[in-house]
Design a protein around this ligand. Structure first.
Ligand code: PLP
Length: 463
């Protein structure tokens, strides 16, 4: 067995150890599960050879980013800029998901892979500045948000403080708690304030809205609407100074920003695999700070032993989606090969270029801050009063750049996402199209057909 393989497939096993297997069968003592269990190893696949050309060495120039791009198989009939909903996966991720699904499909006795999942947890802890005892391997951001919100004890009148750009995935559990226990969701409107001007402005807003009944601040690290990088560390300090917990919906930053949960000082953070981590659907992560775990019940299954740390929040998940977890492992390897600070810098570079360009186009309203401390890979803009669906369509027809519309919080805007597989010329192509749409606004003013407008109820469930 090669050191890098997580298990021996049945074919390899029959080929390599036929005599022993036949011998066991002959005496009726062959147990596939026993053999398969022995075949599980405690190592994760070694993907370094496959990723060698993505290794960041020397100048991180455009030639380097083309090498990174060669690790993807993205369709070539469009420039994809909606990573905020779901990103494309690098080939290595797709291969790992397929490989493990194949292995388990052929040999279901070798399915749990608990030791390897534990190694993925440890890798994720190092990836996010946490300890393994604080990491829950989830299936989505929404699940991670539920684990915290529903895990706390609530009573009528308790308040959770949010803004109106929060996503249904983070807000959903509090809506249920509102009905179930009579908690109160206190929400303030940030649409007229976008783009935010400073960190202090944001902190002051939260400070002003905290009351003696506030139990939790729930905030997106990067609201899916404007893509502002919210000052999570400062908000955590504020929350703790008022004896309030802070739960962060981090669906976007994982895989974009070089995260450190401990340094941010948050009590809870939930993130997605399918967006900027590029690891496909069905995997995610939640951080539950060790010191608050005694206040967070497991919401599914057994109470679990608190000594197991955050692992006990996985107790009721049943059998795991092992291929998806191996996809997440490959995605972390891919990103570690490139270097997380390098990815953050690249995403900011592309985002800054887009925002600077948009600012210079007459008739464009930018909702994302231009200060690169307060922004990164997501950018929200409107073009005159043109209905957002028309802007999206016109841009696609003009340059085949794919972005999404955004009507949350009564906005009429479009959101573009720029990630490590995009290039400055993609950004420039988008800018050209925005300029064209703005200059030809009367052509695009016709009301959008109802079918292309997304009702808010559905839109808040999209990324
Ligand atoms: C800010 C935010 N929170 C939560 C979600 C839900 O993510 P998931 O599908 O991983 O639960 C999304 C995206 O869909 C999002 O943009």
């Amino acid at each position: 067995m090669s050191k890098g393989n997580s298990s021996i497939s049945r074919r390899q096993f029959l080929g390599g150890s036929m005599a022993a297997a036949v011998g066991s069968l002959a005496v009726g003592r062959f147990s596939q599960s026993t053999v398969s269990a022995q075949m599980s190893t405690t190592v994760l696949p070694d993907l370094s050879a496959a990723l060698a050309s993505a290794k960041a060495m020397g100048a991180l120039d455009e030639a380097y980013w083309w090498k990174v791009r060669s690790h993807f198989n993205i369709v070539d009939h469009m420039t994809f800029m909606n990573n905020g909903t779901q990103g494309p996966s690098p080939k290595i991720v797709v291969q790992e998901i397929q490989r493990i699904a194949g292995e388990i499909g052929e040999d279901p006795a070798n399915n749990y892979r608990n030791e390897q999942i534990e190694l993925v947890r440890q890798k994720m802890a190092a990836f996010t500045g946490a300890t393994a005892d604080e990491i829950v391997i989830t299936r989505s951001t929404s699940e991670g948000m539920n684990i915290f919100a529903n895990g706390l004890d609530w009573k009528a009148g308790d308040e959770v403080l949010v803004n109106n750009h929060e996503h249904g995935g983070g807000l959903g559990p509090y809506r249920t708690l509102e009905k179930r226990y009579g908690i109160k969701i206190v929400s303030f409107d940030v649409s007229p304030l976008s783009p935010f001007q400073s960190v202090q402005q944001i902190v002051d807003l939260y400070a002003k809205n905290i009351t003696p009944r506030t139990k939790v601040i729930m905030v997106s690290h990067m609201p899916y609407v404007t893509g502002t990088v919210m000052p999570v560390k400062e908000l955590a300090d504020l929350a703790h100074s008022r004896n309030v917990l802070i739960s962060v919906d981090g669906a976007h930053p994982l895989g974009m920003l070089d995260l450190n949960f401990t340094a941010m000082g948050v009590d809870h953070y939930a993130a997605a695999g399918q967006k900027w981590l590029l690891s496909g659907t069905g995997n995610g992560v939640a951080f539950v700070k060790r010191s608050v775990q005694d206040r967070v019940w497991p919401i599914m299954g057994p109470p679990g032993d608190p000594k197991r740390g955050a692992r006990r929040y996985e107790g009721g998940m049943g059998q795991r989606n092992v291929p998806a977890i191996f996809g997440m492992n490959a995605a972390m390897d891919f990103m570690n090969t490139i270097g997380r600070p390098n990815i953050e810098a690249r995403d900011k570079q592309l985002g800054d270029r887009l925002r600077a360009g948009l600012k210079a186009i007459p008739g464009v309203k930018l909702y994302t801050p231009t200060d690169s401390k307060m922004s990164a890979g997501l950018t929200l803009f409107g073009v005159r009063d043109i209905p957002m669906g028309n802007v999206q369509k016109a841009i696609f027809e003009h340059s085949r750049v794919w972005i999404r519309t955004m009507g949350t919080g009564n906005l009429n805007a479009c959101r573009a996402a720029t990630h490590l597989y995009n290039f400055p010329q993609d950004v420039d192509r988008l800018l050209d199209s925005v300029k064209y749409v703005s200059e030809n606004a009367p052509k695009f003013m016709t009301p959008t057909a109802a079918a292309s407008l997304i009702p808010e109820e559905i839109e808040v469930l999209m990324g």
